[in-house]
Design a protein around this ligand. Structure first.
Ligand SMILES: [Zn+2]
Length: 361
């Protein structure tokens, strides 16, 4: 409890009357009582007073006006004494006020906001994407893939020169993989894409999966496996990895996540320019996701083990591709991109070779 002097303008007379001011602690915050030297008194509850904002030390006002609503206003000539009395009466400034006056509070709020955005990005977005991915219809995925493959055929890809019987042999093993998919490897139980293998020439030693079941293997990767005498198990392992991407719906998830993230950021920042971006630019601009590669590797391990294939040759091919990939790069969620850019290629190869990746569930 502290007393201080002020001038009270009660709105009825133009001159201010000197008063003694008391700020007293209360449940909701300080209350205010004043007593004029003439004997008039006024007691106001916390919510009846328009408590002025706090100021920073560098911008201390010379005097302070306190709005008392229908009771007029107070002019305090000693703001520091007012502040001391307010503190003594247990006044807690609002967060917005503290941010105005205290850099430490501002920094804490900033960090908290950053953490919130991070948590939204790290956990909220993937969770929402999983829920939404379940709702994406197959027709949407196949339409996207058909369009994308058409674009590639018109630009980067040519018809394959791998002999027809070699293609048929690889396709037979691919179809066997597709038929064997056990229930526990299906992340989306109702999701049953038609898995189709295409051979193409171009884009280096490469294999990639498009949403909805389209998988492309290039002549380059077949030639690389042949050159190092790795046999068909190496190529079939790569195909199993790509089937993993399809069954986990990784590309669809990435597109959905991008959308969720854009909507989230749009809501947070009030920006809707993302509406202008198209599906195809998302597809080509997708950033590579390490967790997706691990999931696809684990999927390949499980599937190859089940179908009696060896995963060692696939690991050797991965290591060979890392060398080959350094000369040629492509965009997208492709096997070669990973082999060429991922620092943990040796680790991946090791896990595939041993047949037991510790990261697989
Ligand atoms: Zn992959």
């Amino acid at each position: 409890m502290a007393g201080l002097r002020a001038l009270w303008f009660d709105g009825r007379t133009s001159a201010g009357r000197p008063v003694d001011l008391q700020l007293q602690p209360g449940d909701r915050g300080p209350s205010l009582a004043l007593r004029a030297l003439t004997g008039d008194t006024l007691a106001l509850r916390h919510e009846q007073v328009e408590w002025p904002e706090r100021w920073s030390a560098a911008r201390k006002p010379r005097k302070l006006i306190v709005d008392l609503g229908p009771h007029g206003s107070l002019q305090v000539d000693d703001p520091a004494a007012w502040e001391d009395a307010l503190d003594a009466a247990g006044h807690r400034p609002s967060l917005a006020q503290r941010m105005h006056t205290r850099w430490s509070t501002f920094a804490i709020v900033l960090v908290a906001a950053a953490l919130l955005v991070f948590a939204f990005y790290r956990w909220g977005t993937p969770w929402a994407a999983t829920q939404l991915t379940r709702q994406v219809p197959m027709s949407w995925e196949t339409a996207l893939s058909d369009g994308f493959l058409r674009d590639l055929d018109a630009s980067l890809l040519k018809p394959s020169k791998v002999p027809a019987e070699r293609q048929a042999a690889l396709r037979a093993r691919f179809d066997a993989l597709a038929r064997t998919l056990p229930a526990e490897l299906r992340r989306y139980p109702g999701y049953a894409p038609r898995l189709v293998l295409h051979f193409r020439r171009g884009m280096g030693a490469n294999a990639f999966a498009l949403p909805g079941g389209t998988i492309v293997m290039t002549d380059g990767i077949v030639e690389l496996a042949d050159k190092h005498q790795l046999g068909d198990d190496a190529l079939v392992g790569v195909l199993a990895h790509e089937i993993g991407h399809v069954m986990h719906r990784h590309t669809t998830r990435l597109i959905v996540e991008q959308g969720v993230l854009n909507v989230g950021l749009g809501l947070a920042l009030g920006d809707v320019s993302w509406l202008l971006s198209t599906g195809s630019s998302l597809l080509t601009g997708l950033s590579y996701r390490r967790s997706h590669e691990t999931e696809a590797d684990c999927f390949a391990l499980a599937l190859m083990t089940r179908t009696g294939g060896r995963t060692g040759p696939m690991a050797d091919l991965l290591l060979q591709m890392e060398g080959a990939g350094k000369q040629q790069r492509t965009d997208g969620n492709s096997w070669m991109e990973l082999a060429s850019s991922h620092p943990a290629t040796a680790q991946r190869a090791q896990a595939l070779k041993s047949g037991t990746a510790p990261t697989c569930r």
